[in-house]
Write a protein that binds this ligand. Structure first.
Ligand code: FAD
Length: 600
């Protein structure tokens, strides 16, 4: 049996909550956790840092809960806290860590907010507790300061706060403190909505990430030979960044289990559409083709302008335009209300969202409001069949994502839901070709929204400083811990990137592994992998990178992969087309020289 530990992101939430209570004399802290009896230790850990009362929601009825059933159960407990401990007062703030470390979907907090009908402020990074509560958070457009207008409000905290430590005295007091154990019945939870029964998703298959792709690496000794191979393969690389030919799923006369359209949420960026939404349109077209279905884009906005025509050019058969002044900027409650309404009315069979700050906040609420399951951060979507016992599903969406910190892959199916919903990270699928000649239908949809219902106000927005985007690069030269120092990282990678740019006439960017970023060799906007960017360049070079699953998940869609590592058994070679075994110091200067020679 493994020990229970406090989720490090919840520790951030604890610091955040402590700043609120410290500024509000007479306030109290209540800790709530849902889990087996051992989770009591986690509550005591919290109480050892900041004194408070603990409540453990524990019952076999909760076992097997997905995010929807978990959020519902926790919301029932919060309602009981409000009734019995807070005497019906609504003046409170619910603070959570951004996500769990095992599931890491970030879906439970927005779904609790949806069940309680309250505002959710996601990605909080800082707080000012003056006469008014001001919360700094990462918003879709930049760092935003927001002020709750109504309470309660739910805040999820992302990293960046100093953790609070336990004192010996507090730890002793916490042990003798109160931790109440509450059952499902005691919080009035409907048995049909808890545990497995209340879940809207089910795991279909679990497998090792190595099953996804393993290549026979061709090892090369000489830098000249490697550069020749790179040039030849790069020039003959077939499809560049265009979408691959559709996979062929055929119904073969069977009746599909779902009907309706395949929808994509069209997210705006500046005056255009965010690239992830275009990538999803391409994928939706491919998936819908096998079922003979149409693809729809849902566009919430202030004024649509030319955007519907753009969405049609990238693959939408129809665009549902929801224009309203309250939809000009992203606000979770109005966006959710507008989108959930049209989903309930038209019942698409699939709805896809980009796993962007906006999509990760919005999709869980829309899914919950529509009684649907949701799978976060998918890296693969396919249409297929599922048969087990009396269950026979035809033409359903199989949603694959990394789980348990990327150590396993899970394929998930939606159950008991009118629509199958998923979020997908930017860069996972390729952008389809733009076809200005495509035609489609533009459908105006009414939004019934009221300014008076706003529960949070944006006080200030500071746009993101222009970050490096490695996602649009044709070639990524990535370095890892094996580069040893920032100076070496720059000394070897920069001239190699410049040489490749000249020799291939390509847009080349430098990327990094997480360890290289943590060691200060590079910046987070260049990090490739599960907690960084997903890239699919035509050519990816991995230098001094071991090939951990979390790195692989961000680059395995690259067309040609080249690895250089001094360890012949490094995992990265399982994914590489070409490899060189040896020291970077010995190999890279030779590659740079060859590239320069190639130019002359
Ligand atoms: P190491 O694993 O230390 O590998 C260094 C490699 O360099 C070794 O293979 C070594 O043989 C080689 N080497 C050393 N010296 C030389 C030399 N002189 N010449 C040639 N080769 C040399 N990682 C990511 O990259 N991206 C992510 O987004 C990411 N997200 C994560 C999310 C979670 C939840 C977790 C738990 C981990 C995540 N990680 C991520 C970390 C990941 O597990 C690995 O720790 C990380 O990828 C290792 O980085 P590395 O390959 O640079 O370092």
């Amino acid at each position: 049996m493994l020990d229970s530990i406090l989720n490090p992101l919840d520790l951030q939430a604890l610091t955040f909550a402590e700043r609120i209570t410290a500024a509000a004399p007479g306030s109290r802290t209540i800790y709530l956790s849902m889990g087996p009896p051992q989770a009591r230790e986690t509550l005591i850990d919290c109480m050892s840092r900041v004194p408070g009362e603990g409540i453990l929601l524990t019952d076999r009825a909760f076992a097997g809960a997905d995010t929807v059933a978990t959020a519902y159960s926790l919301a029932c407990a919060i309602r009981r806290i409000e009734r019995e401990i807070l005497g019906g007062s609504r003046e409170y703030v619910i603070v959570t860590g951004m996500q769990s470390v095992d599931g890491d979907t970030a879906q439970v907090p927005p779904q609790i907010a949806e069940e309680l009908g309250i505002e959710h402020i996601a990605y909080a990074q800082g707080i000012d507790v003056g006469p008014e509560l001001h919360i700094r958070r990462i918003g879709p457009q930049g760092t935003e300061t927001v002020r709750p207008l109504k309470y309660p409000v739910l805040v999820t905290v992302t990293a960046c706060m100093d953790p609070l430590y336990r004192s010996f005295r507090q730890a002793r007091e916490a042990r003798s403190g109160v931790v109440q154990e509450w059952s499902a019945a005691s919080v009035g939870a409907d048995p049909a909505r808890t545990g497995l029964a209340g879940s809207r998703t089910q795991v279909y298959r679990i497998f090792s990430p190595s099953e996804e792709r393993s290549k026979a690496c061709e090892f090369v000794n000489e830098p000249a030979e490697m550069i020749d191979l790179i040039k030849t393969r790069y020039r003959s690389a077939a499809h560049g960044r265009q979408a691959a030919a559709p996979e062929s799923y055929s119904l073969e006369g069977q009746t599909p289990s779902y009907d309706g359209e395949f929808w994509v949420l069209a997210e705006r960026e500046g005056d255009g559409i965010r690239s992830v939404s275009l990538e999803l349109l391409g994928k939706a077209r491919e998936l819908a083709a096998g079922l003979g279905c149409c693809v729809g884009a849902v566009l919430p906005c202030g004024k649509a302008g030319n955007l519907p025509a753009d969405l049609i050019a990238y693959g939408a058969d129809c665009v549902y335009v929801i224009e309203h002044p309250l939809l000009e900027e992203f606000l979770p409650m109005p966006y959710k209300a507008a989108i959930a309404r049209i989903v309930r009315e038209r019942k698409p069979q699939v709805m896809l969202f980009g796993a962007t700050p906006m999509g990760r906040e919005l999709a869980p609420r829309v899914a919950y409001a529509c009684g649907c399951g949701l799978t976060a951060d998918c890296t693969k979507l396919e249409v297929g069949d599922y048969a087990k016992g009396a269950v026979n599903l035809v033409g359903i969406l199989k949603q694959t994502r990394p789980a348990l910190g990327g150590n396993i892959m899970a394929t998930i199916l939606t159950k008991d839901s009118p629509t199958q919903m998923a979020t997908v990270r930017p860069g996972v699928f390729r952008t389809p070709a733009r076809d200005a000649g495509r035609t489609g239908e533009v459908i105006d949809v009414k939004a019934d929204l009221n300014e008076k219902e706003l529960r949070v106000r944006s006080v200030a927005v500071e746009s993101f400083a222009s970050k490096v985007s490695i996602r649009d690069a044709e070639v990524v030269v990535a370095g890892g811990h094996g580069l040893r120092s920032k100076a070496d990282f720059e000394r070897y990678l920069n001239p190699l990137a410049e040489g490749l740019a000249r020799a291939l006439g390509a847009n080349v960017k430098v990327g990094a592994s997480r360890v290289a970023v943590e060691d200060g060799f590079s910046t987070h906007d260049r990090q490739v992998g599960q907690t960084g960017q997903t890239v699919q360049p035509r050519l990816y070079l991995a230098l001094g990178i071991s090939g951990a699953v979390q790195h692989i998940s961000g680059m395995q869609g690259s067309e040609i992969i080249v690895a250089i590592n001094k360890d012949p058994k490094a995992r990265i070679f399982n994914y590489a087309d070409y490899g060189m075994v040896g020291d970077i110091e010995a190999i890279v200067p030779g590659l740079i020289r060859e590239l320069d020679g190639g130019q002359s």
